[in-house]
Design a protein around this ligand. Structure first.
Ligand code: ADP
Length: 259
């Protein structure tokens, strides 16, 4: 009978809606946890350098100024931690701009080798401080579809990580490989590599394989999250692979511009 048929259909619709509501509520709870964790992480990351600055300033005021060599050491710790705080704030602002869609991305055809030249200038000081040789191997004809500022920021982040996590006196390579309609840009280092179970997680905000080492080097734990967000905003993809005999190859894939 048509009435009972209609009411059965109505019941099925109601059940379907209830299932969708449950999924929706679970997703809201998940996002709320992500947000809470993020706030907790940010607070923790900000508190550490602030405590160090405070402790060193107090020691200086309580007599540490009397001996110039000691005073210099405390002041140096103050300066390093203020720098780290500054970097953290600037990374956080970048992340929030990207996620709010306020980091303006404009895709245009770019010569990859000219972007590589600006990257090379930006990282020269870091390379020099670790006696690292930076090698670029990119076809001068190769053009990619990208935003110049975002692509440079992505590559500088990857190269600086490669220099910092790789050995002193090592080599870091920036290479581009054509793949059909795409270009795969690779940053290769000779560092310790990343174990398989960490590989998918290093692009998460504040995820570190070795927290002590990263903080010691002034790392914010946000560099790779920025790399991933910016690459995806340019329609690209990112990833990391091991290298033989050792080291990592971080790659980003972007659209190729036909010659
Ligand atoms: P950090 O500021 O800690 O370097 P990133 O987001 O740039 O933050 O990197 C996240 C983590 O990934 C680092 O703490 C480190 O453990 C690992 N990592 C990044 N780049 C490399 C690399 N080239 N070789 C080995 N480990 C790396």
């Amino acid at each position: 009978d048509p009435v009972s048929e209609q009411s059965e259909q109505l019941e099925r619709t109601i059940e379907q809606l209830a299932r969708e509501r449950d999924l929706f509520e679970a997703e809201i709870r998940r996002l709320e946890t992500v947000r809470r964790d993020f706030v907790a992480n940010v607070s923790h990351e900000l508190r550490t350098p602030v405590s160090i600055i405070q402790a060193n300033a107090e020691t200086l005021l309580l007599g540490g100024l009397d001996e110039p060599a000691t005073a210099r050491r405390f002041l140096d710790a103050v300066r390093r931690n203020a720098e780290r705080l500054g970097q953290l704030i600037s990374d956080l602002l970048d992340i929030s701009r990207i996620e709010a869609g306020r980091y303006e991305i404009e895709l245009e055809p770019l010569s990859l080798s000219s972007v590589a030249r600006s990257v090379s200038c930006s990282v020269s000081e870091t390379c020099r401080s670790r006696s690292v040789v930076f090698e670029v191997d990119i076809d001068p004809q190769l053009r990619v579809c990208a935003d110049p500022r975002a692509l440079e920021q992505v590559l500088v982040n990857l190269v600086e990580n490669a220099v910092e996590y790789g050995p002193k006196g090592g080599t870091v390579e920036l290479v581009a490989v054509e793949q059909d309609a795409a270009v795969r840009i690779e940053v290769r280092d000779e560092g310790p590599g990343i174990a398989p179970d960490h590989r998918s997680r290093v692009f998460e905000r504040f995820y570190r394989v070795d927290p002590g080492r990263s903080r010691h080097m002034g790392g914010t734990g946000l560099g790779l999250a920025i790399v991933k967000n910016l690459s995806e905003a340019m329609g690209g993809e990112v990833g990391v692979e091991p290298r033989a005999p050792e080291g990592s190859c971080f790659w980003i894939r972007l659209g190729k511009v036909a010659a």
